[in-house]
Design a binder for this molecule. Structure first.
Ligand code: PLP
Length: 386
């Protein structure tokens, strides 16, 4: 088979591969503790499920406009305006099946040969994959443990050139679980002020914050709203990963292009899902608060547990539901250790290198699992490394 060159530039998201391997081991009778997961283990709140049932009964079972149902775009615009303290109108919103297509469409719309894209590394693997797929040049911005996995703004400044077309920022970040401070975002904005650069601000974990951490959106800085694409969605905040509901906030020049990409790929986002999103944003938020409070408890247990494993050391994250322990003192490389723990200890984690080359020496451990299972996993890892 003669495949097109472009497919060889696609990367992948290892979480799906590890899940498949873990499921295979389970089918063979092995017990696996899933700490590789990138999704809340809670069920979607009942009021949201009820809204979806009502949507079916009310006939929301057909195509919708490509950018989304206007009523839903309006609710999203109000939500983003309120939470980011900016003025977003429904015409700025494109609803997509999950947040991921916003990366895909943004890259297809803006990036071509010779365009440079600065992206966090370790970072969500689809950034690098899509930059390469679109034919751009991927410029990794290393996030280093000695810097608390924060952006080193001096290093960032050195990466910016006249060809920097797009900068991707992700706060709270996957896999590090760190937020970017308002001060650092302001410095980044200052460096980009006179450049012709767009920003893709991935704010999908914006509601999962601890210790008074803040998700400060660069779109709030004077002159940046129209240059920023905000990516957000329902997958993480409302435990709705399987519903496929996300959105992007774009300037009004980009919206018709992104809508055309939707027409060419998905036609529209599932109508039932869209209607349930109204309830998610306007209904009671108590389930979200409960989920975040539970994640906070698990975070304490997991970080303490990881730090008690010989050869591991782990900083305390302040957002999302991931810890990113340094495992270099175990003597293993990331991938070798992740494989060993999966096969020998029955604990599924992800190698730091699944998030880019600067993830070597780390594992990503998700705490989207019960405290009981987290404690059990820590014991199993300890036993295995004895
Ligand atoms: N952005 C980041 C940083 C993520 O970790 C994820 C999912 O893991 C997404 C975006 C995509 O989320 P969705 O499932 O809504 O496509």
């Amino acid at each position: 088979m003669q495949l097109a060159d472009r497919v060889f530039r696609l990367g992948t998201e290892t979480a799906f591969e590890v899940l498949a391997r873990a499921r295979k081991l389970e089918a063979e009778g092995k017990k696996i503790i899933h700490l590789q997961i990138g999704e809340p283990d809670f069920t979607t709140p009942k009021n949201i499920c009820d809204a979806a049932i009502k949507a079916i009964q009310n006939g929301y079972t057909h195509y919708t406009p490509a950018a989304g149902i206007m009523e839903v775009r309006k609710v999203i615009a109000d939500y983003v305006s309120r939470t980011r303290e900016i003025n977003v109108s429904p015409e700025n919103v494109v609803i997509t099946p999950g947040g991921k297509p916003i990366m895909f469409y943004t890259m297809l719309a803006l990036i071509g040969k010779g365009d440079e894209v600065i992206y966090p590394n370790p970072g969500f693997p689809i950034y690098e994959s899509m930059i390469n797929f679109a034919g751009g040049t991927a410029v990794p911005l290393p996030l280093r443990e000695e810097n608390n996995f924060d952006i080193d703004v001096n290093e960032f400044e050195k990466l910016v050139t006249n060809r920097t077309k797009l900068v991707i920022i992700n706060s709270p970040g996957n896999p590090t679980g760190r937020t970017i401070s308002k001060k650092d975002i302001e410095k980044i904005a200052e460096m980009l002020k006179n450049k012709d650069t767009y920003i893709l601000s991935d704010e999908i974990y914006s509601r999962i914050l601890y210790d008074n951490a803040e998700c400060f959106s660069i779109s709030k800085i004077d002159g940046f709203k129209d240059r920023t694409i905000i990516l957000d969605g329902f997958s993480k905040t409302y435990a709705m990963t399987g519903w496929r509901a996300g959105y992007g906030i774009f300037n009004t020049d980009l919206v018709p292009i992104i809508s055309k990409l939707m027409v060419n790929s998905n036609s529209c986002t599932n109508a039932i899902t869209q209607m349930a999103c109204i309830e998610a944003l306007t209904g009671p938020q108590t389930e979200v608060d409960k989920m975040v409070a539970e994640f906070k408890k698990r975070r304490e247990v997991l970080v303490k547990g990881l730090n008690s494993i010989p050869g591991f050391s782990c900083l305390t994250p302040n957002g999302a539901f991931y810890a990113f322990p340094n495992i270099s003192k175990t003597g293993y490389k990331s991938k070798a250790l992740a494989d060993k723990l999966l096969l020998e200890a029955g604990v599924a984690t992800l190698a730091g290198t699944s998030f880019g080359k600067f993830g070597e020496g780390y594992l990503r451990v998700s705490y989207a699992n019960s405290i009981e299972n987290i404690n059990l996993a820590i014991e199993k890892i300890k036993d295995n490394l004895k």
